[in-house]
Write a protein that binds this ligand. Structure first.
Ligand code: GRF
Length: 199
């Protein structure tokens, strides 16, 4: 069994794609042992609760010092004992001690074809605004391992999505989610679960 913890900050549509993937058997041999958000009002936490998944809110705002948050976040992860940590729109810098503890066991979904439109400041709608501003005809999404950089880890999966002339950032974001993110993130998790099962 691949035990995963999903870290979220927003609506949780990628979390929902994972939940649905497990329920439908597209993601095999996998259990979400917890969902962690830095945002108490994240609808992703509601999605977790509706599906009987332990949901936790741990925010840097709850701690005097950032280092205390970093330790608290690592301790919660250790309690949940994940084989894999999935960042699904988690808008928090991952502490060095977490990256070291879970080396090569943290993955992230990014809404562009890395190495384009990624790195510091490229998240959410901003990515799609820049795609439209540059006028590229193809964008997409990337699942990659998380290392000490921002969107710099080894690429696992990518899927291309067409950009249309009348696209707004919101329309493009939705298409990238529907046609890429919600497909390749479950696929990547399933492939990792299969590999673990073969070990
Ligand atoms: C997604 O667009 C993802 O690519 C990015 O953050 C967004 C999260 O959306 N990293 P949701 O919370 O999964 O709906």
């Amino acid at each position: 069994m691949l035990n995963i913890v999903v870290c979220v900050s927003g609506g949780g549509t990628n979390l929902q794609a994972i939940i649905d993937g497990i329920d439908a058997g597209r993601i095999t041999n996998t259990k979400i042992t917890g969902v962690i958000s830095n945002n108490a009002s994240a609808y992703a936490l509601e999605r977790a609760k509706k599906n009987g998944i332990p949901a936790f809110c741990i925010s840097p705002k709850d701690f005097q010092k950032r280092e205390e948050f970093n330790e608290g976040f690592l301790n919660k992860l250790k309690q949940l004992n994940p084989d894999l940590i999935v960042l699904a729109g988690f808008l928090v810098i991952i502490p060095r001690q977490v990256i070291e503890t879970y080396k090569d066991r943290i993955i992230n979904i990014h809404p562009s074809l890395i190495p384009s439109f990624c790195g510091t400041g490229f998240y959410g709608l901003k990515v799609h605004e820049e795609v439209l501003k540059r006028g590229v005809k193809i964008t997409g999404a990337t699942v990659h391992y998380v290392d000490e950089g921002t969107d710099t880890g080894r690429i696992i999966k990518q899927k291309a999505v067409e950009v249309f002339p009348q696209d707004t950032p919101e329309i493009l974001q939705k298409r990238v989610m529907e046609q890429a993110e919600w497909i390749i993130l479950p696929q990547a998790i399933n492939e990792i679960a299969i590999k673990k099962g073969m070990m």
